[in-house]
Write a protein that binds this ligand. Structure first.
Ligand code: ADP
Ligand code: ZN
Length: 533
């Protein structure tokens, strides 16, 4: 039995108003929907909260057959279906948590053509029972579209790779006539290409909306050992000023527990969230945060996916985010309501060493390479003197003209100094070490370190040994990073990073060009908001 499509509406706007009560389309919703109604493939890239769901929900109501939505998060699935049902839209979901009799009842509804949207988890799609149901649906009711939500999960380059997603191309194989619409908030070109390829999209139109979140203020603060906690405490106090809420992300469970405990001791209403807590504790803590029962959630990145709390006023990364993509998603949990919100990263080289160590533990060299590249991108973000928004959007392939006026680098530009002499010292040390070593070693040699490795290589006999004692490790690192940013030095991207000279380096060494760098931020001079309480 094939059900008739809903009465044709004189315009898509009327349909939008009728089903969802909205007056106009956002971003590229209209274009996507028109495309979808023609039965063609599309890839929709919109930031979180942009309104992706509507892109397949509205066509689902206007086309014949059922739209099958693949969504990785069971909790989210339930919310979406409830929201649709509250709007009077016939939607349902199937997952492994349902009692058999509810399951059967839903299958019946589906097969009688009463349902317009079916949500399903990817791991379920290919179990035999579901495959059979899908087949009957296709025969009896028709499948109008496969909508693949969180489509970046097919890509190892995304921030949330899920192996089950790799099987989704089978949908295309089995139902070549059914159009596919893929949706994601992950916009790097790499991930986009992966999605198109993995899902076997057929000549898809790609719709990309702007990722700029104007209301978010971005900043990076130096992380300086024991003082960092008191900075954090002061910052949290200022940001909360007795109202609102925020998230503090840490890398390890241990750190989460420690910070949550210390904040509580210091009078901040804070709870921990990480995978080491029991399911019950996790959901209680999350509930309390959402209900504004507690103001600060200290969490690993396990927290936040699929949580829609619009009034989060700050997201602080107490440890270095894993990569820029993840950072965009995590920081993006602030200010969903469009009001001003604050995003801070605490950055120190100790974290870089930790992450490098973790990367070294990964068994797969390809994975290591990706992780190293991503680490370098986040370091570049943290160290740069350029507008933070510009860097983030640039990473997503989006050009941002001028300065944003809403990040630390735009509001408090670092003073520029001539560091030509230091640059010459550094580059000649790279040359003396025969362009075979990484940054840490070069700095060790410059600062006259007695480390075993330096001695064993007899690098204490180089003419550049100890000529840089007057600068700190951090200053040398900032200089080196700045040389890399300015293309006056190269770093290999395969395996362990090694510094190499390039034509720009030689121009510096031959005194043909001067080197100006943004003076490295020191804790004392850097952050006005971080005054001790
Ligand atoms: P995403 O999946 O892209 O994160 P959602 O689809 O959940 O975003 O949409 C975010 C919010 O915006 C939802 O509350 C949704 O109802 C609302 N929304 C979507 N489209 C429109 C529109 N055209 N006008 C007003 N609100 C919209
Ligand atoms: Zn800026």
């Amino acid at each position: 039995r094939i059900i008739e499509p809903d009465p044709t509406f004189p315009s898509l706007e009327k349909a939008l108003k009728h089903f969802f009560g909205y007056d106009q389309f956002r971003h590229q919703q209209r274009a996507v929907i028109e495309r979808s109604l023609k039965g063609k493939d599309a890839l929709v890239v919109m930031p979180t909260g942009g309104g992706k769901s509507l892109c397949y929900q509205l066509p689902a109501l206007l086309r014949i057959g059922v739209t099958v939505v693949v969504s990785p998060l069971i909790a989210l699935m339930q919310d979406q279906v409830t929201a649709l049902q509250d709007n009077g839209i016939a939607a349902t979901f199937l997952n492994s948590t349902l009692p058999p009799q509810v399951q059967r009842q839903r299958e019946q509804q589906l097969l009688s053509g009463d349902i317009r949207l079916l949500y399903v988890a990817p791991e379920r799609l290919f179990n035999p029972g579901f495959t059979a149901l899908l087949e009957r649906l296709a025969q009896q009711v028709g499948i109008s579209t496969f909508a693949i939500d969180e489509a970046h999960c097919v890509s190892e380059w995304g921030h949330d790779f899920r192996p089950e997603y790799r099987k989704l191309f089978q949908l295309r194989q089995r139902y070549p006539q059914v159009p596919i619409i893929a949706l994601t908030a992950t916009a790097t070109d790499r991930v986009r290409q992966d999605i198109v390829q993995q899902l076997r999209l057929n000549d898809p139109e790609v719709y990309v909306s702007s990722f700029n979140r104007q209301n978010l203020y971005y900043e990076v603060k130096p992380k300086q050992g024991k003082r960092t906690y008191s900075e954090l405490l002061a910052q949290v106090k200022t940001l909360l000023a007795n109202q609102g809420s925020g998230i503090i992300y840490c890398l390890s469970r241990k750190r989460v527990d420690e910070i949550a405990f210390r904040l509580s001791q210091d009078g901040i209403s804070a709870l921990p969230y990480h995978a080491g807590l029991s399911d019950a504790d996790r959901s209680t803590n999350q509930e309390r945060f959402i209900r504004d029962d507690v103001q600060v959630m200290v969490a690993t990145i396990a927290f936040g996916m699929g949580i829609n709390k619009p009034d989060v006023r700050f997201v602080i990364h107490y440890d270095l985010p894993r990569n820029l993509e993840g950072y965009y998603q995590e920081s993006g949990r602030a200010g969903r309501d469009g009001e001003a919100a604050h995003c801070t990263v605490y950055f120190g080289y100790g974290d870089v060493a930790t992450v490098e160590f973790l990367i070294g533990q990964k068994p797969d060299p390809a994975e290591q390479r990706i992780a190293r590249q991503q680490l370098r991108q986040i370091i570049n973000y943290a160290e740069s003197a350029v507008c933070r928004r510009k860097i983030q959007l640039g990473y997503f392939g989006e050009a941002f003209a001028g300065d944003c006026g809403n990040c630390d680098n735009c509001l408090h530009p670092a003073p520029i100094e001539d560091w030509t002499i230091e640059a010459q010292k550094f580059l000649s040390c790279v040359a003396r070490c025969r362009e075979r070593f990484g940054m840490t070693h070069i700095i060790d040699v410059l600062r006259g370190s007695q480390k075993k490795r330096v001695m064993e290589l007899s690098h204490d006999r180089l003419s550049t040994y100890g000529i840089g004692k007057d600068r700190t490790v951090e200053e040398w690192r900032s200089l080196a990073r700045s040389l890399l940013h300015q293309n006056l030095l190269e770093e290999t991207t395969d395996g362990y990073p090694v510094l190499k000279l390039n034509p720009g380096s030689w121009q510096v060494l031959k005194k043909q060009i001067a080197v100006n760098i943004a003076v490295p931020k020191r804790a004392a001079a850097s952050s006005p908001a971080a005054d001790e309480p």
